[in-house]
Design a protein around this ligand. Structure first.
Ligand SMILES: [Mn+2]
Length: 324
């Protein structure tokens, strides 16, 4: 619950290790928490990681941000806090804050939650826009009334959208190095206007835009589902999926690309039929002996290439259950 998270942060002294998701929401959450810890004179080290986490060097005191609780719990130490917004199965006995605990359907990105919790103890006003960028990065405004109101309360909405794309692009181009640079930039700049002018971020963004226009895309349609194979040296599947969604009504996009003997799969939908891609992908990936999961409207999986036929077939039949 929120009050447990506040209590945890209130009692925090000395040093803490933060483990954060390597997407825009995770990075913004981390930037906000860093700002908070800095105000309170607490030292931090952090790890920005892809999910699910496979291995992690644990510390006595840890905070997990934007990482699925079921996954984070595997690495929890005696003093661990989790702030997250993904679906979870086990209710942990350690302090955690996830709005889904009270409302299963809640969709409030971690950046908002971290901002909210830290604001109970310190004046976090200067990081408010960072929390909006994180919310936008996770499409919180499209999935929650609360987030929509929050994001709409900013006059410079377009700037925040662009910064979200900047942060995403830096991660695609430079991976963890790019993520760290983003953190540095967020720490050093005081306003969104300044971030928008950052040359490094702009270059990363331009590079990804160029790549998007030249990447090869093989499309195949099966009812309401569009399968698209993406070939690029960057992981631009999710952007391509979003672009296809914008151009089509009521569809599911399955974008996939090769990684060694595997396909990395990214699914997105704008269909309003109570479809839950997170659950479908988790179930279908399991049938294929792979890993998968995510949110209602966006989910991902990694499966062996030779299982892709099975994946398609099972996925189609699961989606069809929702389409009348
Ligand atoms: Mn998130």
């Amino acid at each position: 619950m929120k009050k447990d998270a506040v209590q945890f942060l209130k009692n925090l002294i000395g040093e803490v290790k933060i483990v954060s998701h390597n997407d825009v929401d995770g990075i913004c959450s981390l930037a906000i928490l860093q700002n908070f810890l800095n105000k309170r004179g607490i030292k931090e080290e952090h790890k920005i990681t892809k999910v699910p986490i496979e291995k992690l060097e644990t510390k006595d005191v840890m905070i997990f941000l934007d990482i699925n609780q079921d996954n984070a719990l595997k690495f929890a130490s005696s003093q661990t806090l989790i702030i997250d917004h993904h679906q979870f199965t086990k209710k942990p006995s350690i302090p955690f804050y996830n709005p889904r605990e009270v409302d299963k359907e809640a969709y409030i990105p971690a950046s908002y939650l971290v901002y909210e919790v830290c604001s109970e103890l310190e004046n976090m006003e200067e990081t408010k826009w960072i929390s909006a960028v994180g919310v936008i990065g996770d499409k919180g405004d499209e999935n929650s009334e609360l987030c929509k109101k929050f994001v709409d309360s900013f006059e410079n909405r377009q700037e925040l959208d662009l910064i979200s794309d900047y942060i995403f692009s830096a991660g695609l181009v430079d991976n963890v190095k790019g993520n760290e640079k983003v953190l540095e930039i967020l720490r050093a700049t005081k306003s969104p206007e300044e971030v928008v002018q950052n040359i490094y971020l702009k270059e990363c963004y331009d590079e990804i835009q160029r790549e998007l226009s030249k990447s090869k895309k093989q499309m195949e349609r099966e009812g309401n589902i569009i399968f698209v194979e993406v070939e690029s040296r960057y992981n631009i599947k999710s952007i391509i999926a979003s672009q296809i969604l914008e151009k089509n009504k009521s569809i599911v996009v399955v974008a996939y690309s090769t990684f060694e003997d595997f396909y990395n799969i990214s699914t997105r939908t704008n269909m309003e039929t109570g479809i839950n891609l997170g659950e479908i992908v988790k179930k279908v990936a399991k049938i294929c002996g792979g890993d998968g999961g995510g949110h209602r409207k966006a989910a991902g999986a990694k499966i062996e290439k030779k299982k892709f036929g099975v994946f398609m077939e099972e996925f189609i039949s699961e989606v069809e259950k929702f389409v009348k």
